[in-house]
Design a protein around this ligand. Structure first.
Ligand SMILES: *Cc1c(COP(=O)(O)O)cnc(C)c1O
Length: 398
């Protein structure tokens, strides 16, 4: 008997909502796509989106950008990152994170990864001491949030600032506080594979007027920031307007128009993601030999992807497992490959960073299997995927 297969694509997003499409058409009909191209009585889609996102986030200010990557680059410059600086970041993350550090001419120093897939606080403390670094670009990679009180205390005692990469934690919380509100700046992405979809796009949020003024000038405001609504007082720009270079990274009104209706549906979508996540989680918990992270009570997560750890198998067995799942329509991503494959890459393949060796992280990366959960999958789809993974794993593991 042939085995049951899963037939849907893993990269299919849901359609952009009809009301978002209608708003986008209005912007196109107006011809005023540039965020500062407004009539005197018009607020503008980008300005309104920033107000609404700041409110959602619970931050004072918000700046919409061209991508999550540019938000991080602007954030690093705003807090004063200089060429040659050592900047700490997670070893387990995706390429735009060390890429943002390299973009400002600084050096990424990687921190080890725990079994929970979060940043290793012992190694973080040791590397603050060893390097004297003053900036941590913290990646909440795949939505796993580290114990934030302890982490913030380590940064504080080392006189360092935290910038949070919330590409996978838009809408997530730790002890009732939204991710992105622990550090001085939070960075978000609205790229197609994240929690809202404008193709490309991002946000920078902060409650610090000076950082917001700097970030705005950095994003390329052509000195038209007065029209922005989620901004500090005009007097807060007095120095930034001369000191900060224009690194053109503005969001446009067309993308903002697509995002505003999506923001209204974000919390509902989080519930939908988590329902799917929990179906898969259960299947993995019922698979002898697989380890899935027990999510801490303190965390309100967004299950837009799921990870599990396999045992320390040799490479050929891992390849076989991925191949067997793929033959049944289930696409697993493995983070352990020495060569970058698709969106996964190992920290030691980023050769622009100084050579570093992180044994704990390598051990974890060799065992992580990763799967995005598109909302185009139903809970029944997730149950089938769970069954397939369970069967294929059990067949190899015994
Ligand atoms: C997607 C992503 C980003 C930002 O990506 P952009 O494509 O630049 O919007 C940042 N960090 C992580 C971990 C990501 O996956």
């Amino acid at each position: 008997m042939s085995k049951i297969k899963f037939e849907k694509p893993f990269t299919q997003q849901e359609a952009i909502p009809e009301d978002a499409i209608a708003e986008a058409v209005k912007v196109m009909q107006s011809g005023r796509l540039h965020r500062y191209n407004l009539t005197p009585d018009e607020d503008g889609e980008t300005n309104l989106l920033e107000v609404e996102y700041a409110e959602y986030q619970g931050s004072k200010y918000c700046l919409a950008t061209t991508s999550g990557g540019t938000a991080m680059q602007i954030a690093l410059r705003a807090v004063g990152a200089k060429p040659g600086d050592k900047i700490l970041t997670n070893a387990f993350t995706l390429a735009p994170v060390p890429g943002a550090i390299a973009a400002v001419g600084a050096e990424p120093i990687f921190i080890e990864t725990t079994q929970d897939l979060t940043i290793d606080l012992e190694d973080l403390e040791a590397k603050f001491k060893a390097t004297g670094a003053k900036i941590l670009l913290l990646s909440h990679m795949r939505g796993h949030i580290a114990p934030m009180e302890a982490l913030c205390e380590i940064a504080r005692t080392n006189n360092a600032v935290i910038i949070e990469d919330c590409a996978h934690t838009m809408g997530a919380e730790w002890n009732g506080i939204k991710s992105g509100n622990f550090g001085v700046i939070g960075c978000f992405s609205t790229q197609t594979y994240k929690h809202m979809n404008s193709g490309e796009g991002g946000f920078l949020t902060t409650s610090d007027p000076d950082l917001m003024a700097k970030a705005t000038i950095l994003s390329g405001s052509y000195m038209m920031y007065e029209k922005q609504l989620a901004r500090p007082d005009m007097s807060d720009y007095a120095q930034a307007r001369y000191e900060m270079p224009n690194c053109s990274s503005r969001m446009d009104n067309l993308r903002a128009a697509i995002l505003r209706p999506q923001l209204k549906g974000l919390d509902h979508n989080i519930d939908r993601w988590n329902a799917r996540y929990q179906v898969l989680e259960k299947a993995f918990q019922n698979t002898q030999g697989l380890r899935v992270r027990e999510r801490p009570q303190n965390e309100k997560y967004v299950g837009s992807s799921i990870q599990f750890l396999i045992p320390g198998w040799p490479q050929d067995k891992i390849d076989q497992f991925v191949k067997n799942c793929s033959a049944r329509g289930v696409e697993l991503k493995w983070f352990g490959n020495a060569n970058p494959v698709g969106f996964t890459s190992r920290y030691d393949s980023w050769t622009y960073a100084p050579k570093q060796s992180l044994e704990k992280t390598i051990d974890i990366l060799m065992r992580i299997m990763d799967m995005r959960i598109p909302l185009s999958f139903t809970e029944e789809d997730c149950a089938l995927i769970g069954t397939i993974i369970n069967e294929e794993f059990t067949a190899l593991h015994g």
